[in-house]
Design a protein around this ligand. Structure first.
Ligand SMILES: [Mn+2]
Length: 307
């Protein structure tokens, strides 16, 4: 019987962590002896990740939309079925490497490693250390890019001391100046000019379901919030269409200013939930969230708390 290749992938609408950590995991998994594995992506590569690929001269990786029954897989940077590819409930999950809240169940044994750190790559770095594996400059670059992305160059409240220490250790291996490289990489991700409103709300979008309440939190990074708001009408109609198609109760788009570390939120649907959660009025479909940059730490749990 031919053995199936193990597919390694992050969440839908993949960010730099989901893509880069999948590639790092492929390297680690091969070092661990599972040579029949490959990193794939579950969505379009964003401009920030593209900067990393160009920097390393990497070729694009394969796109998958769903998995076959009994497909061996390793989940990176997510654990919830709603953020995963189609048919995941029939796949054979070998491992999960993550740093998110756990909403996971499997009727069989598997390797599950999640830590309360800012980035999946930080967990992966520790796995290299625990196994005494060497890290190549290319793998180091992928991993540190993921950390810079997830922590917004250490400015996000999700960032831990471990993330900073690991990132600096990786920078030594890669021969990279974290600040210079990091700012360039983040800036590359803020170029939204080529995206339609519909694409823009899907660059980094996650669905959450609590009881019968379905909410969506999308996020885009920018160096200038007003630039993004120039297409507010188009963005709102794209959000409304999305909600109709998916039966979403509440849609929050975070337009995050990576320079000043604030977010302008566009809020549609059941705005009363948002208003209750943040104790803030939504006016003209908007609310300004001072100091808010993290969906995971500062938005999703705040909404879940009032549901
Ligand atoms: Mn992540």
């Amino acid at each position: 019987m031919e053995e199936k290749v193990t597919l390694i992938f992050g969440h839908k609408n993949p960010d730099t962590d989901s893509i880069c950590s999948s590639l790092v995991m492929e390297d680690l998994e091969k070092k661990l002896g599972n040579i029949n594995c490959k990193a794939v992506r579950t969505g379009k590569i964003n401009n920030e990740t593209k900067y990393v690929f160009d920097y390393l001269n990497l070729k694009d990786i394969e796109f998958i939309e769903d998995v076959e029954d009994n497909q061996p897989v390793i989940l990176i940077d997510h654990n919830e079925a709603s953020q995963c590819v189609n048919n995941i409930s029939n796949a054979k999950i070998l491992k999960v490497i993550d740093h998110h809240t756990m909403n996971f169940k499997a009727p069989y044994q598997l390797y599950y490693r999640a830590e309360p750190v800012g980035c999946t790559a930080t967990v992966l770095y520790k796995l290299y250390k625990e196994n005494n594996f060497e890290i190549s400059p290319q793998i180091a670059t992928l991993a540190l890019s993921a950390i810079i992305s997830d922590t917004l160059l250490f400015k996000s409240p999700t960032c831990t001391k471990e993330d900073v220490d690991v990132c600096n250790a990786l920078a030594k291996i890669a021969g990279i100046d974290v600040n210079t490289y990091g700012l360039e990489m983040l800036k590359a991700g803020t170029d939204l000019s080529e995206f339609t409103a519909e694409e823009l709300i899907n660059i980094d979008s996650k669905e959450f379901v609590e009881e019968n309440f379905k909410f969506q939190i999308a996020q885009v990074n920018t160096a200038c919030i007003d630039d993004v708001l120039k297409s507010k009408d188009e963005i709102e109609s794209a959000m409304n269409n999305f909600m109709k198609e998916n039966g979403t109760n509440l849609f929050i788009l975070l337009i995050t200013d990576i320079i000043n570390s604030n977010s302008q939120a566009i809020v549609l649907g059941d705005t009363s939930v948002f208003e209750k959660a943040f104790n803030k009025k939504v006016e003209n479909n908007m609310a300004f969230l001072e100091g808010v940059v993290s969906r995971k730490k500062q938005v999703a749990p705040v909404i879940l708390n009032v549901l």
